[in-house]
Structures are given as structure tokens and as C-alpha cells.
Design a protein around this ligand. Sequence first.
Ligand SMILES: *Cc1c(COP(=O)(O)O)cnc(C)c1O
Length: 366
Amino acid sequence: MTIPFIDLKSQYQALKPQIQERINRVLEHGQYIMGPEVGELEERLADYVGVKHCIAVSSGTDSLLIAMMALGIGPGDEVITTPFTFIATGEMIALLGATPVFVDIDTRTYNIDPEKIEFAITPKTRAIMPASLYGQCSDMDAINAIADRHRLPVIEDGAQSFGATYKGRKSCGLSTIGSTSFFPSKPLGGYGDGGALFTNDDDLAKTMREIRVHGQDRRYHHSRIGINGRLDTLQAAILLVKMDRLEWEVVQRRAIGERYSHYIELRGSNIKTPFIEEYNTSVFAQYTIEIDYREDVIAKLKTNGIPVAVHYPVPLHMQQAFKHPYKGRLSIVNAEHAASRVMSLPMHPYMTEDDQDYIVDTLVGP
Ligand SMILES: *Cc1c(COP(=O)(O)O)cnc(C)c1O
């Protein structure tokens, strides 16, 4: 028995005629760059998240870069972020010549601990950038309150949480700028790279749109330095079809995540299942547990045809790439501890109960 870690094929089978129809339309009209599907997708996504502006971009990484460029972040600046995330979150801060200041995580949610943020703020701090790890938002009200006191913008790295809610509001619409990714395995994934920015701020939206196209305000007139950060029309067309199915998939993800936790907890093992705050819903971009003897468990699952992954084995402040720019003011023991113990199980909206039972049985014994 071999189980997929994620299953993009079943989703494609379910949407095949609509996807092919949408792709064909793009091939017929031929506007491969910034075609009408891009604007249509932006409206659809802005509506879904409940914000004024959506700017579709080339990836979740470029999305973070454009957000920080729009805020004018550069050399000498500091950005407060989490050490327990995908590299891109810290990487784009460093790429702009700014310093990532890593603040330790809450051991329950694995997201940045708001109570520790204020100690890390200095006169050089220019922004706070939490990430919504595994599909659950950080405590954004608490983070926004600290940011307001210090007049700082907040960028939510919502690459893993598109479709999740925080106190009834949608992820990516919870702060100054929301950012997400359409990498194929993310909760809303395309068939290639893609991402999007969200904001209610008209000026920031205009600036981010300009940065997306080489800082251009009119054709061949460049008011600022930008990048080539556009989303392909073909990806927008594919994502428009996938949006029709997003809510169903979000419900499935949540049900499958909760079913995992229910059965793992029922066995009374010493496995730590995901903790979801009562005011949050998670989209379970990953279903991640904490476990003793991780390497042995991974080996056992793999032998039984169950793929697993570790998100993430090395926190950012311990990555070779951050050896020099890293500025530590506080200890980051929680992230280091989590990195040594977490493990993600197969997770996708099309998982059958049989497959899930088999995974749980193999994990904790029948
Ligand atoms: C995937 C991811 C990104 C980067 O998105 P890409 O589209 O792959 O560039 C950034 N931040 C987090 C937290 C991610 O999970």
C-alpha cells in the first residue's frame, strides 16, 4: 500500500473539463501576460478575503518581497518575524538588506508568541511579519495592538492559511498587508508558481501594483524600482476554477484534520496533536504532530508506504544562510525544541477514511 502525501491528481480529475475549458480560452485570446483572467481572479480573491485590493503575483516569495519593498524596508532596518517557518519569510527580509529579528514561538500553536514581540522592538524596527504555520493564523489582534502602539505595519505571511479564519475573519485580511502563495501543494494551489497580496490601503495597493511591473506607473515610465512579479494568465485561469471548489476543500481539510486528532487521541498515545485556538479554524496546510523518537517513527511509516515530511527540521536562526545577519536578543528554545520533534502526516482534501485509518494504525499500532 502506498499513500500519497498530497493528492493533486484527484482534484484535477474532479475539475478537468472546467480547467481545460479555461485554459483553452486563454490559448485562444492569447493575452498570456496580464490577461483578463488576472483581474477576474483578483476581484474574486479580494471578495473572498473581504478586503478592498488583491494583487496577484508570481509567487508567495515575491509577494513578501513586494510587500516589504512597498513599505520601504531596506538596509539598516529590522523586521520582526518567526524563526519557525519556511525560509522565504526570513529570506526576503535579508534579501532587502534588512535584518530579520526572530522572536520565539508559542509551543501550542507554533506561531510567533505575541508576548515576546515587544521586547524585540527597537528604533530600527520597521514591520512585524507573523506566519500562519500549518494553516492556523497567529494571534493577529494581539500583534496588531503591539504594532499600533509602535506605529508599525503588520504583514501576515498567509502562504499556508488561505481559507482559514481568525475570529470569524479570513486569513490574509487581518492586518496592513496579507500575503499568500499558490504553490501547487498550498491550500489554494495552481499548476505552477503564484501568489497574491491583500490590503485595504489604496496607496499601498497602488505601490504594490507598480512594483509588480518594474515600478512602472505608465508604460515605460518607471517611478520606482520594481521587479517582474506578475502572475501568469494561465495560472489565474486555473485558480479561478479551483476557487469554485475551495470552500468544499477547506471543509474537507478541517474534517480530515479533526478526524486524525480524534483517532490519535483515542489511542491515548503520547503524541501531541495540533492545538487549534477556539477562535481559529485551520486549513491544515500540514497535519503536524509532535512525537518522541521521531526518526524511528518516520522509518516505520516509510517502510509501510506512508510518506511523511518534517516542517521544518532547522529553525531559521540556525540556518547557515542566517549565521551572520541573525541578531538574537531572546532565546529561541521553543522553536528549536519543536524543530527536533515535529512531523507531518499525509494531508489532502481527497483522503479516504480507509487510508487515514491505515496511517493512524501504523502510527500508534492497531
Ligand atoms: C510556501 C511558503 C512561502 C513561499 O511561497 P512560494 O509561492 O513557494 O514562493 C512563504 N512563506 C511560507 C510560510 C510558505 O509556506
